[in-house]
Design a protein around this ligand. Structure first.
Ligand code: HEM
Length: 374
């Protein structure tokens, strides 16, 4: 589908900008209602609306939004300068290979279950003239905008699509050690993701569930509020675990604190690692930091392997305006009635004092499985 657009001289207040030290023209898109600085944005209004109506059930932070976000990571992190240095193909990063070569890449163990969201996204992708790589990242930015408390992610277009699948072995597993995960993320990002940025990235697990870690309890949330981008994930992973949502004994799973939630071994390790424990704890009562930090690392993640000079940044000036809940402050509570207590892991500062939830032990319901829009 090709989008035509007409340009027009906008009112003086919108065309005079000092941002780039030059006059800029605003484009009025062919739909007659949306405008943007970058013409490439015009087609994204229609894509945004299609995604909201036909993938995210009118704008919900449900399994489809969670899985779309996970897809960005599993696509983008599959890049390895270290492999390239050994003369092997190291993957292309955020290049859409996970969907373009879905038959191959979704058979890799850490990508288990992602075939589902790729299939649900496919008909929408087919209706729009964007690269697969751009589609994956944009869909997640729209999906996350449906989760109250989320930051407005920066979207880029212009990514080149993959021409070959990424090799297996590059996506972290929940049973990997902190060292393995730190080293993999650092390699993938040429050092941009240090141990601190790894914690920032894991804020994504505040809107997350696990379907395949324990297949007897699909949809087990990773915190008690999987449809909110809040800081409960950072709190709850620091409370001593006492139960499994299902059978237990699964690879990559450890005891969780809140009934019904599932804790990944990797989250538990990084939350308590001496290199990252204080950074982890710093998010416990800092919603604004979680928003800023995740926005910043997502920008790097979503462009891994791409030439930034070729990408168009769809900033606020482009008015794609897919965000709905900017900087909303959310509850952060310590459920006092839980059998487990906080495990202090940060040596430098005590766990912050938080309001408490005096009710009976919370039992969290599973996240409903992703399904086609009705
Ligand atoms: C760094 C180490 C990471 C590991 C080991 C890891 C591992 C996992 C695992 C095992 C699951 C559950 C999959 C399932 O059984 O359905 C999961 C879910 C998820 N992960 Fe990660 N992850 C990591 C980082 C990230 C990052 C950086 C992001 C995003 C930027 C992310 C986003 C998600 C999301 C949104 C889900 C929920 C998917 C759903 O609800 O279906 N993860 N992750």
């Amino acid at each position: 589908m090709t989008f035509r657009y007409i340009s027009t001289i906008a009112p003086i207040t919108t065309i005079l900008t000092v941002a780039y030290g030059a006059l800029t023209r605003r484009i009025i898109c062919l739909d007659g209602t949306n405008g943007a600085i970058n013409a490439e944005c015009c087609q994204l209004f229609a894509l945004r609306d299609d995604l909201q109506a036909n993938l995210f059930h009118g704008g919900l932070c449900t399994a489809e939004a969670h899985e779309s976000l996970r897809l960005t990571f599993n696509d983008a992190i599959a890049i390895s300068p270290a492999l390239e240095a050994q003369g092997e193909f190291g993957g292309g990063g955020a290049d859409g290979s996970i969907a373009l070569f879905a038959d191959i890449e979704t058979s890799y163990h850490p990508n288990i279950g992602l075939d589902e969201i790729i299939q649900l996204q496919q008909p929408i992708l087919a209706r729009h003239n964007v690269s697969v790589a751009d589609f994956i990242q944009f869909a997640a930015a729209v999906g996350l905008s449906n989760c109250p408390g989320a930051p407005q992610l920066t979207a880029f277009v212009g990514r080149a699509d993959a021409t070959q699948p990424a090799p297996d072995g590059l996506v972290p597993e929940p049973f990997h050690t902190s060292d393995q995960i730190f080293s993999r993320l650092s390699d993938a990002s040429n050092g941009a993701f240090g141990v601190i940025q790894t914690v920032w990235l894991l804020a994504a697990h505040t809107v997350a569930a696990a379907n395949d870690v324990d297949p007897t309890v699909p949809g087990s949330p990773l915190d008690s509020t999987p449809s909110l981008f809040d800081t409960q994930f950072f709190i709850e992973t620091l409370i001593r675990g006492t139960s499994f949502p299902g059978t237990g004994g699964n690879q990559g799973e450890v005891l969780s604190a809140v009934k019904g939630t599932l804790r990944l071994q990797s989250d538990q390790s990084i939350a308590r690692d001496s290199r990252t424990a204080c950074e982890w704890q710093s998010f416990v009562n800092n919603q604004a930091k979680a928003q800023t930090a995740f926005k910043s690392v997502f920008q790097t993640l979503s462009t891994l392997g791409q030439n930034l000079g070729h990408l168009v940044n769809l900033g606020k000036r482009d008015n794609v305006n897919f965000h709905r809940y900017r900087f909303r402050h959310l509850r952060r509570v310590l459920p006092t009635s839980l059998p487990g207590s906080v495990q202090q892991a940060c040596a430098q500062s005590p766990f912050p004092s938080l309001p408490t939830d005096p009710g009976p032990p919370t039992t969290v319901a599973p996240v409903e499985a992703a399904r086609p829009a009705s």
